[in-house]
Every structure is written in structure tokens, then in C-alpha cells.
Design a protein around this ligand. Structure first.
Ligand SMILES: NC(=O)c1ccc[n+]([C@@H]2O[C@H](COP(=O)([O-])OP(=O)(O)OC[C@H]3O[C@@H](n4cnc5c(N)ncnc54)[C@H](OP(=O)(O)O)[C@@H]3O)[C@@H](O)[C@H]2O)c1
Length: 200
């Protein structure tokens, strides 16, 4: 089942670092009523100037929307945030776009389920400047029916949106595989440049 009124779907973005600001900006440009929260409040200035509503706490931010996107530094931060979301996740979907491991994704899926929510894990295959454009891809894993419900809204963030499967660990696995390949290729290129520079 898909949500046909995706453009009206209220969304929350928790974490307004480089990537979180880009995510909030894309939702706002897509016409979504967007609530934001960040530990350091000053980072909300730009999204608020663009039309976002600043919540007083992470809990109030999550309570404001059926779809709650989390994008912070690491899973330690995600765990801390979940502690603040007790009592508000019932019936909501958490989409966690923080980079991590498959085991961490599965652990957080369990924590969200214990709080009554549904969970999708996601891996962003883009830089912040690409979010909301045809150049961005985001890979999701978790229950298919949850993904289908939110796919039209999630497509606001990246034209290349794909569901990898029901195992919450799949998107993290894919991210690690792609980044491993990317860094190997880049290291090979840099080594090659260095060696050819020595010969010149
Ligand atoms: N940037 C990219 O190109 C890119 C690409 C793909 C994936 N990602 C992933 O996206 C995630 C965010 O990246 P980013 O570039 O936005 O990082 P960033 O600019 O360093 O922002 C980190 C965010 O995490 C928040 N945070 C850290 N610890 C916290 C805690 N204990 N409680 C609450 N909030 C906390 C920070 O809040 P404060 O402002 O209060 O410090 C800030 O909003 C990372 O997992 C990264 O791997 C990034």
C-alpha cells in the first residue's frame, strides 16, 4: 500500500549536520511540513528560515510526524536519541540514515519495535549536495510494506531509491561493500599518480 498524498506527509528530521540539513532542505522543497531537531540548536537556523518547525526536544520532534528520519554521526548517538523517544514512537516509522554496521541496524530495529514503532535502515550513496537530485541514491532495508507505504515520501530525498530486502542489516552491508570498493579504487589511483610522478 502506498501513500498517495505523499506531498502532504509531515516528516521529522533529527540531526542537522551536513547531511541532515540537506535532507530537511529536500523535504521542504518537496512541500512536506517538516519538523526538525538538533542537539546544537543553532544548526536549525537554516531549515527554519526555509520553513521548517523547530521542536523543543527530540521527543517533541518525533511526536510531530508519522515519519521520523534520523541522521547523526554514529549509532552511539542513535542509541542516546532513542532513550529520549520513549513513549512517542508508537505507530510511527523511524528511518535511520546514520552509517553503521548490519548488527547495529538490527539492534536498533529491535529497540524501535520495543517502543511500538516500525523501522527502516538506510544507506546514503550521495554527498549532501546531491540530496534531492537525480544524482542521489539511498538504499533501504526493513519490512517491505513499511517501505512501500513511505516510498513516495522517501523519493523526495533521492531519485535512486531502492528496497534491498526485509533484513534490516542489508543496507549497511551494501554501504560497506560499495565504500570498500570506492576507497580501494581511490587508493589505487593515488598510488598510481605517486609512482608516475616519481618516474617523471
Ligand atoms: N556527509 C556525507 O557526505 C555523508 C554521506 C553518506 C552518509 N553520511 C552519513 O550521515 C551521517 C551524518 O553525517 P553528517 O555529514 O551530517 O555528519 P556531521 O555534519 O558531523 O553531523 C553529525 C550530526 O550528529 C549529531 N550528533 C552527534 N552526536 C550526537 C548525540 N550524542 N546526540 C544527538 N546528536 C548527535 C550532531 O549534532 P551537533 O550538531 O549537536 O554536534 C550533528 O547533527 C553519518 O553517519 C555519515 O556517515 C554522510
Amino acid at each position: 500500500m502506498q501513500n498517495d498524498d505523499a506531498g502532504d506527509m509531515p516528516v521529522t528530521v533529527i540531526g542537522l549536520g551536513l547531511m541532515g540539513q540537506a535532507l530537511a532542505g529536500a523535504f521542504l522543497r518537496g512541500g512536506h511540513p517538516t519538523t526538525v531537531w538538533n542537539r546544537t540548536a543553532a544548526k536549525a537556523d537554516r531549515p527554519v528560515a526555509e520553513g521548517a518547525t523547530l521542536a523543543a526536544s527530540a521527543g517533541a520532534a518525533a511526536a510531530a510526524s508519522p515519519l521520523v528520519v534520523v541522521c547523526v554521526s554514529d549509532y552511539g548517538a542513535v542509541r542516546e536519541l532513542l532513550g529520549a523517544l520513549d513513549g512517542v514512537l508508537d505507530g510511527r516509522t523511524v528511518v535511520n540514515l546514520t552509517s553503521g554496521t548490519s548488527a547495529q541496524a538490527r539492534e536498533i530495529a529491535g529497540e524501535v519495535a520495543r517502543r511500538g514503532g516500525t523501522y527502516l535502515d538506510g544507506a546514503i550513496m550521495a554527498v549532501p549536495q546531491g540530496i534531492g537530485t537525480a544524482d542521489a541514491a539511498i538504499l533501504y532495508s526493513g519490512p517491505r510494506q513499511v517501505y512501500d507505504l513511505h516510498e513516495p515520501t522517501l523519493k523526495t530525498l533521492a531519485a535512486g531509491t531502492a528496497h534491498l530486502g526485509g533484513d534490516h542489516g542489508l543496507s549497511a552491508l551494501h554501504e560497506v561493500a560499495v565504500l570498500g570498493l570506492m576507497w580501494s579504487v581511490l587508493n589505487g589511483f593515488l598510488q598510481g599518480r605517486r609512482c608516475s610522478g616519481r618516474r617523471a
